[in-house]
Design a protein around this ligand. Sequence first.
Ligand SMILES: [Zn+2]
Length: 302
Amino acid sequence: MRQIKEREEPTELKYLRFLKPRRELTIKENQYYLKLLKGFEGEKEFDRLLQQELKVDCLVINGLLLEHNLTVFQIDSLLIFQNDIFLIEIKYFEGDFYTDDGRWHVISGKEIKNPLLQIQRSESTFRQLQQSLKVDYAVNASLVFNHPKFHLYNAALDLPVIFPAQLYRFMNRLNDVPSEISQKQETYAAHLVSRHITDSSHTRVPDYDYDQLKKGIICSECLSFLSQKENKWVCNKCGKKESFEHAVLRAVIEFRFLFPNRKVTTKTICEWCGIYDGQKNARRILNKHFKRIGNTNNSYFV
Ligand SMILES: [Zn+2]
């Protein structure tokens, strides 16, 4: 297998992950954060499985957001074989669920959105897209549950679902699909990737304000604040150590993501990172990695 498009962290997850340590998330934001985080973990888990187990000649496109006939739909993993396409929706549900007359419930009884409807909608819209592009791969769609602690009671035998215990057999089935990738499939894969929607009109951006956010550098492992110890940053909670430069660069990337309209100056970055001692060091890092505009005290970096 060859990966054509890497999986990216969902933008909404990024906002919430950056904000969580700096201001209290509302209950709803926190629930949404945990849901996105878990979903992303499940997707990465599935990527690892593909990387380890998929030996067949095929192309893999991850996290594709497409639009056709005014319908926007997301495909978690899209696999292109010589004559076949597999659309995969990944659900990292944990615990016991049951279905009853086409409705899906948590074991406690609470109804959830039927995950099959989503994949059916994606499959149907994808077929229409293929027709409009005049390509004729056979399209297969599967809903994959890859959390080891997932169980579904009352599952019908003909559901297009791969359960945790079937994952390796699913990989074997894919490995048995006859396939040899040529220019044709590569061109099609590149075309699909070029249709990937990156505009942010579908993104829910949380409310936040610079002055209300706690300043400092956040541990990449456990989201606690790091302390500056000479030329290193150290996490007092999990023990992670990071070089001064690496940690500051991470914080600059975060700052630019959260505040794309604010100028990156040495003063702002030192304030953002909570650097009281080592401003020269910070300036040196900014000079090294960014382009400085202006020479005075008002200079900033792009
Ligand atoms: Zn930590």
